[in-house]
Design a protein around this ligand. Sequence first.
Ligand code: AMP
Ligand code: MG
Length: 420
Amino acid sequence: MTVQEYLTVAEALSMVLNGVAPLPSTEVSLDDALGRILAGSIVAKDSLPPFANSSMDGYAVRSADVEGAGMDSPISLEVLADIAAGTVADVVVTHGTAARIMTGAAMPQGADAVVPVEDTNEPWRNSVRSLPEHILVSRAVKRGDYIRPIGEDIEAGQLVLSPGHILRPQEIGVLAALGISQAPVHRRPRVGLLSTGDELIAVEQALEPGKIRDSNSYAQAAQIKNLGAEPISLGVARDQEEDVCRKLELGLEQNVDLFVSSAGVSVGAYDVVKAVLEKEGNVGFWRVRMRPGKPLAFGTYHGVPYLGLPGNPVSAMVSFERFVRPAILKLAGCKEFARPELTVLFQEEIWSDGRETYVRAIVTRTAEGYEAISTGSQGSHVLTSLVKANALVIIPEGVKKVETGTPLRAMMIDWPASVF
Ligand code: AMP
Ligand code: MG
């Protein structure tokens, strides 16, 4: 790879995505499948429902028998059997007969509809009622009424889920209903996480002059966990190439799938990450026309993809959103990498320097659509404006001034109920 400078965000993102491939698959039990990404197709072995059953508590009947039934003209039927859920009745509903049936119970032969219990003179709700010999039906039903046919939801042999599908609670419910207790999923990405900088001290350490707490390790570990990936902490490296390499070696020993580091990628005298990649790996690019987050290194370290984020906490988090999140999702087997976006009317004048700018903002819903305002100081070290934000509003590349009321794209990092 040749070293290119100042890529657009789109160019940089496409290089990052080209540099990672989905991880191999493994099998997990349904108990551990939540949030995992399917690595294979799911084809139904059985139909769902597996048999025609009643959707109501009532009486299984022949619809032709109750054609003229009404409140003033009830029709009497002989009750042959009582069919509870989980049982199969050995009866045939013939002309003039019915079978009491519970929700979910298999339809008996001969019946082609169910009359809900409310439409008979034998409601048994809230009390245990012995089986009546006869019932009066006071409402006509059509063939198929209140029956859930076999295969209505899923037919045996049908392709139900495709690779790349995320397993949410509803997918797990479907797998369970189909008797699939082990799901083929992609291996969880293992992300080696490194902070660099001589100024960093541990969170539990007392502050000293000139030192700051290493917040990035925690913020990026949380971002990684939010994606269902596994952060592997490689600690804090001093601003020395040997120390950075030593820590990265720990990652290689632990078979990480991706390295993510923060700081040390600017043009400062002690910014060593790019030098390490140049010597021990490969630098794909190291500067992007983006704000915050211009310095960003992408390459490989001993063959493992490497993303070097800027050190400033907001730059690190926004660059993570833009580049690391899609990379991890691709490793994890996802097919979609973008956050949901809305078009919002920006409610203030705002300036940019022409780089693609990500404004920390709060998006709200109005009668007409969505609007956004910034959440305060946009300094790349000011984390609290990210704390207040639910979106990153994007000022496109080349635009230096945005007038109040301009429509802009908002990348939703959160989707609180108030936005709907
Ligand atoms: P650098 O990219 O090394 O020039 O760092 C840019 C800014 O980010 C500096 O003000 C650093 O002190 C700060 N910074 C670097 N690493 C971290 C970290 N792990 N946690 C919090 N701030 C950091
Ligand atoms: Mg530094």
